[in-house]
Design a protein around this ligand. Structure first.
Ligand SMILES: [Zn+2]
Length: 155
């Protein structure tokens, strides 16, 4: 199991294009919609910069917006930003397999979201901040999804 420190050096830092900057700005704006102190946003776009979907962390539509239990832990029903973006895309009948798609995420995806990213056919993940675990990045890398990182100040 890789440590966070080795992965910080392993995930290439890129100088973002104007489109990448724009998509990350949008991901951070989307994150603000989360009704929790932890705010995560994800955007899925095709190679031409068309936004296919976006999502933020939250409970299923129609359910209570309260994301935490009495002990302050995140409820199991809470969907992550990346999952919500993928589900929204699927429910609209859009496929990632027809075009080279990129997910822009405010933080690196967890292992569960990374598995969903692989299965949905997303080819590249660009994130800004590391998640508490690097297991998700290991899944992405092992399954051939390109992972890139941008510096906080380069957004
Ligand atoms: Zn996740």
């Amino acid at each position: 199991m890789a440590t966070l420190e080795t992965d910080i050096h392993r995930v290439p830092l890129i100088t973002p294009s104007r489109t990448t900057r724009l998509m990350m700005d949008f991901a951070f704006r989307v994150a603000q919609e989360a009704r929790d102190r932890v705010k995560v946003g994800a955007v899925i776009a095709d190679a031409r910069g068309n936004i296919l979907s976006y999502g933020y962390n939250g409970t299923p539509s129609g359910y209570s917006n309260e994301m935490r239990d009495e002990e302050g832990k995140t409820k199991e029903c809470v969907l992550h930003a990346e999952q919500n973006a993928i589900i929204k895309m699927s429910s609209n009948g859009v496929s990632c397999f027809v075009d080279e798609t990129t997910m822009y995420s405010t933080i690196a995806p967890c292992v569960s979201c990374s598995s969903a990213i692989v299965q949905s056919g997303i080819k590249t993940v660009i994130f800004q901040d590391y998640y508490k675990s690097v297991e998700g990045l290991e899944v992405l890398e092992a399954c051939g999804v390109k992972i890139l990182r941008i510096k906080r100040e380069e957004r």
